[in-house]
Ligand binder design. Structure first.
Ligand SMILES: *[C@@H]1O[C@H](CO)[C@@H](O)[C@H](O)[C@H]1NC(C)=O
Ligand SMILES: *[C@@H]1O[C@H](CO)[C@@H](O)[C@H](O)[C@H]1NC(C)=O
Ligand SMILES: *[C@@H]1O[C@H](CO)[C@@H](O)[C@H](O)[C@H]1NC(C)=O
Ligand SMILES: *[C@@H]1O[C@H](CO)[C@@H](O)[C@H](O)[C@H]1NC(C)=O
Ligand SMILES: *[C@@H]1O[C@H](CO)[C@@H](O)[C@H](O)[C@H]1NC(C)=O
Ligand SMILES: *[C@@H]1O[C@H](CO)[C@@H](O)[C@H](O)[C@H]1NC(C)=O
Ligand SMILES: *[C@@H]1O[C@H](CO)[C@@H](O)[C@H](O)[C@H]1NC(C)=O
Ligand SMILES: *[C@@H]1O[C@H](CO)[C@@H](O)[C@H](O)[C@H]1NC(C)=O
Ligand SMILES: *[C@@H]1O[C@H](CO)[C@@H](O)[C@H](O)[C@H]1NC(C)=O
Ligand SMILES: *[C@@H]1O[C@H](CO)[C@@H](O)[C@H](O)[C@H]1NC(C)=O
Ligand SMILES: *[C@@H]1O[C@H](CO)[C@@H](O)[C@H](O)[C@H]1NC(C)=O
Ligand SMILES: *[C@@H]1O[C@H](CO)[C@@H](O)[C@H](O)[C@H]1NC(C)=O
Length: 802
């Protein structure tokens, strides 16, 4: 259970002390930086001359804090993990006259107890477009970093104030990809809409998570364009348009509060694939949602799923781009609190074009707190003084990527279970040669996404005898953990490594989560296999072999499974987690592709699991597999099939089917040729390809937005080029019943909203039957299934042609 703050800490907190992050002893290392000695991970902007007095121009000082130490960006470097930085802002008003430039692997963090203000001066340089430019445009018109490869970034606890700049301007320019988040920030924008301010401007990328943000004013609170994103707990006051959706394949919005705006969400642009909106409110908004001109039943474009949204004093809930009212509101009171859907319905057969409020939504009570699905922000421990933090370094963990830290980390995790202690895993690579165990009661926080636990050596190398690198709880163990900002990884040949095994059963009152008894939490805990400096799995080690058939370099088999949530696991909240088998070498300035192999992605056998903002990519057998799981909330989830397949095809090199883990059996599923094709599906797609998702004998599985992508066959994208067959693979998403043996029964209560796929002929296979084919419901670059239910609910709703 969550520790109650001791009274002496409460008393101490009455006198304002700086945020612990400022005051802890800074021992973070960049272990694999060529000049690691003397390299500073943590940088307090005050140490670089920033005054924070609201008068002095602090631009140069802040940018000096960001760029010290030969960091990555601006001079040809488009990615690097070896020079991470935490740029810390104590309270104050930091006046700037040109953009703060975000370099690769930078975390910008303010004091959450007295949030620092980044204030744009009225004489802000003419060609500067944003206060924080996380990916600046170069003179050649291109972004400095490839937006889909902008990983490992956070911006937290800052107030961005653009009000003094009377021209078109963005507070934060944020083209971003996986393992990124803007968390707990405030945007103060001009209330004169003519000024053309935007809080967050995101024109491309492959995110990502945004959470706990408040926007005041602005022509646009935010403009979002990205493949997919999960957006939670955003509040808007007095924007002209709260959110302009520039384009997407799928966005999941949860817990938006939109107040006093002319328009709430404008999703009428031609390339908006799908929007899933939950647990939100619109108050005093002229038009809540503007949808596009998609009056063609053959399209899956503009798919919209709304669940549990309340409208108060909203004259028009939905209208289209031509101004036609699609759903009326009520200017005097609440219109309705409920759901609405527009899109292609499969229940389970389809498609039938559907539009209206008459949709069958079920909400499993175990996943809810009050009338909303449970959610919880990453703890930042701002109520604790620096003295409450126990450093891993002070527990004799070396974190240099070479020394064996197994015993030291075990002692450190045990110490982190003390009720008044938070374990602080200082930045660095902690090499472990055997399982490290995190007991119930532990609370652990890393530093700047630069705290990496890295399994290496013989004990992790047996492909027939898998072993966890990090084990959270023993099987059946009861209790509670909180872990954030940590990466689990491997080094060199580790074919038997299970990066994270999660076993913990966190007791809560069933269906009655309270803030005193929350689920356990993993926020910004990522798994990264290969492709980084120090991994021994880089370009020189693991080159791709598209011109040679079926080559696997044994030294590049580097994972058995990324994460296993075992049958005893219960009540686990996950937010912003990315499990990535590297497709390229981040350190390489050309981002050259590599062949690294890991067998299984995320296997879920537990119950009462929330996964907000979750991506699993490039594992050989599957990305997600749910077996006998129950009450699981997923949204937005995202996958990619390995680029090398079908050379070799699945399951190679993981040829031994582990029946205990219910591995897919590709020989049985794809009986004929090599690489097998599925004769009844058009385009001769290869069959023995990784599953994006398999759901077997599970109940109450809620998918609120999924992007399951297969772009390549043997590194060639011809198979996914839009509308040219989508035949990179035959099938990608399988729903199966157990046959009664092994305690596995039918899959029941499955609801999928806004499923987007690319490169798979069949979008969804239910009990062996391909129920949705890509060309029935083409949307953007992806095809989109609006609703899938396997229980027959929805077959009787009146379908509407639109
Ligand atoms: C812009 O304003 C700041 C703060 O008032 C001042 O320090 C700086 O000199 C000004 N720069 C220019 C180019 O006028
Ligand atoms: C939402 O964000 C605000 C800060 O903007 C925070 O105070 C609040 O606790 C958050 N709510 C949830 C449910 O995360
Ligand atoms: C909504 O967005 C579309 C294009 O994305 C734009 O043409 C239209 O003017 C916007 N509507 C409003 C009310 O801002
Ligand atoms: C609007 O809401 C008010 C108050 O609930 C109700 O009396 C009225 O009938 C509603 N009007 C419409 C058009 O639904
Ligand atoms: C969906 O189907 C299940 C099983 O038949 C039933 O219990 C449930 O009430 C239905 N839900 C809705 C919203 O119709
Ligand atoms: C199958 O997986 C289980 C659970 O991780 C493991 O204990 C067992 O050793 C594995 N079997 C083989 C043959 O790999
Ligand atoms: C939920 O917990 C609260 C506080 O422990 C209790 O008062 C309430 O009765 C519980 N509700 C249910 C439905 O169990
Ligand atoms: C594979 O062969 C093609 C065509 O000859 C060539 O362009 C490409 O560079 C080769 N790729 C590798 C990784 O050897
Ligand atoms: C990147 O590729 C170019 C040519 O394509 C080559 O000249 C350069 O050496 C490469 N750089 C690195 C760091 O591999
Ligand atoms: C049920 O499935 C299991 C595992 O796939 C298999 O071993 C078993 O033979 C099946 N039983 C029946 C009766 O089909
Ligand atoms: C599957 O069904 C059998 C027979 O009804 C039952 O005993 C078993 O508990 C069920 N398993 C699960 C996981 O619900
Ligand atoms: C999809 O493509 C197949 C094969 O080319 C074709 O037979 C079928 O008619 C197409 N379906 C639609 C809805 O266009």
């Amino acid at each position: 259970m969550r520790a109650i703050l001791p009274f002496w800490l409460l008393a101490a907190s009455l006198v304002r002390a700086a945020f612990w992050m400022e005051n802890v002893y800074h021992q973070g290392k960049a272990s694999f930086n060529p000049k690691s000695h003397g390299y500073k991970v943590f940088r307090n902007v005050r140490d670089y001359g920033a005054k924070g007095d609201g008068i002095t121009d602090d631009t140069a000082a802040i940018n000096a804090a960001v760029s010290e130490g030969n960091r990555c960006g601006g001079y040809g470097c488009i990615g690097a993990t070896v020079n991470p930085a935490v740029v810390y802002f104590p309270p104050g008003t930091y006046l700037i006259t040109s953009p703060i430039v975000g370099l690769f692997y930078t975390q910008m963090i303010g004091d959450p107890t007295d949030m620092p203000i980044i204030k744009g001066a009225s004489n802000f340089t003419e060609n500067g477009r944003a206060l924080l430019d996380a990916d600046p445009y170069l003179s050649n018109g291109k972004l400095n970093f490839i937006s889909t490869n902008v990983f490992f970034r956070q911006v937290r606890n800052l107030v961005f104030d653009t009000t003094a700049i009377p021209r078109a301007f963005w507070a934060v320019h944020w083209p971003s990809a996986q393992a990124t988040v803007i968390h707990n920030c405030i945007f103060r924008l001009s209330s004169n809409f003519e000024d053309g301010h935007t809080g967050i401007f995101m024109e491309e990328g492959s995110g990502g998570m945004l959470t706990d943000l408040v926007f005041y004013g602005g022509q646009y609170g935010a403009q979002f364009g990205s493949q997919q994103y999960t957006v939670r707990n955003l509040t808007f006051h007095g924007s002209q348009t709260a959110i302009l959706q520039i384009w997407n394949w799928g966005f999941t919005y949860k817990s938006l509060s939109i107040n006093d705006c002319e328009t709430g969400l404008n999703m009428s642009a031609p390339d908006v694939g799908s929007v899933t909106l939950l647990d939100s409110s619109f108050t005093n908004v002229g038009t809540a949602i503007i949808v596009g001109r998609h009056n063609d039943s053959a399209t899956g474009l503009g798919s919209l799923m709304i669940q549990n949204v309340k409208y108060t004093n909203v004259p028009t809930v939905i209208k289209d781009l031509d101004g036609n009212e699609v759903l009326a509101g009520n200017a005097t009171g609440a219109v309705f609190q409920g759901g609405y859907a527009k899109g292609n319905l499969y229940a389970p057969e389809g498609p039938s074009a559907f539009q209206g409020c008459d949709i069958p939504f079920d909400q499993p009570s175990a996943l809810k707190l009050g009338d909303q699905y449970f959610e919880r922000s990453k703890p930042q421990y701002e109520e604790y003084p620096a003295t409450a933090f126990a450093s891993a370094r002070n527990h004799y963990a070396v974190g240099d990527g070479v020394t064996d830290d197994t015993a030291a980390l075990n002692a450190f995790f045990y110490d982190a279970t003390r009720p008044d202690v938070i374990g602080f895993l200082d930045a660095g690579f902690y090499l472990v040669t055997d399982t490290v165990y995190v007991p119930a009661g532990a609370r652990i926080v890393g530093e700047g996404l630069a705290s990496v636990i890295m399994g290496a050596g013989e004990k992790f190398s047996d492909i027939t005898n898998p072993r966890p690198v990090v084990q959270i709880g023993k099987p059946g163990e009861l209790g509670y953990v909180e872990i954030s900002d940590i990466i689990v990884s491997t080094q060199g040949p580790t074919a038997g490594a299970i990066a994270i095994q999660y076993n913990l059963n966190t007791p809560i009152l069933e269906g009655n989560i309270t803030s005193d008894t929350p689920p356990s939490g993993l926020w910004d805990v990522h798994v990264r296999i290969g492709g980084f400096g120090g991994s021994k799995l880089q370009v020189a080690d693991c080159p791709i072999t598209p011109n040679i058939t079926n080559v696997v370099e044994p030294a590049c088999i580097a994972g058995y499974m990324s994460m296993h949530i075992t049958p005893s696991a219960r009540n686990l909240y996950m937010e912003n987690n990315w499990m990535w088998v590297a497709d390229h070498d981040i350190e390489d300035w050309n981002q050259t592709r590599i062949d690294v192999f890991a067998g299984r992605g995320l296997l879920i056998e537990g119950s009462n699991i929330w996964m907000l903002g979750n991506a699993v990519e490039h594992h050989t057998l599957y990305q997600y597999q749910l077996v006998n799981a129950s009450d699981v909330w997923m949204g937005q989830v995202q996958t990619e099939t390995p680029y090398y397949q079908p050379n070799p095809q699945a399951p190679y090199p993981f040829t031994q089917v582990n029946t205990t883990l219910h591995d897919p059996d590709f020989i049985a599923d794809c009986p004929s040729s090599s690489p097998s094709t599925v004769d009844q599906l058009p385009g001769n797609p290869p069959c023995a390809m990784a599953w994006a998702m398999r759901i077997i004998g599970s109940k109450n599985i809620m998918v609120f937005g999924a992007g399951l992508y297969s772009f390549f066959n043997n590194y060639n994208t011809n198979c996914s080029t839009n509308r040219a067959g989508e035949n990179c693979q035959a099938r990608i998403f399988s729903i199966q019943d157990g046959n009664g043996t092994e305690g596995l029964n039918s899959t029941t209560g499955l609801q999928v909203y806004n499923l987007n796929t690319i490169g798979s002929v069949s979008m969804l296979t239910n009990k062996g039957e391909d129920v949705a084919i890509w060309n029935e419901t083409i949307a953007t670059y992806a095809s989109t299934v609006g609703i899938f239910r396997n229980d027959g609910n929805g077959t009787n709703v009146s379908s509407t042609e639109f």
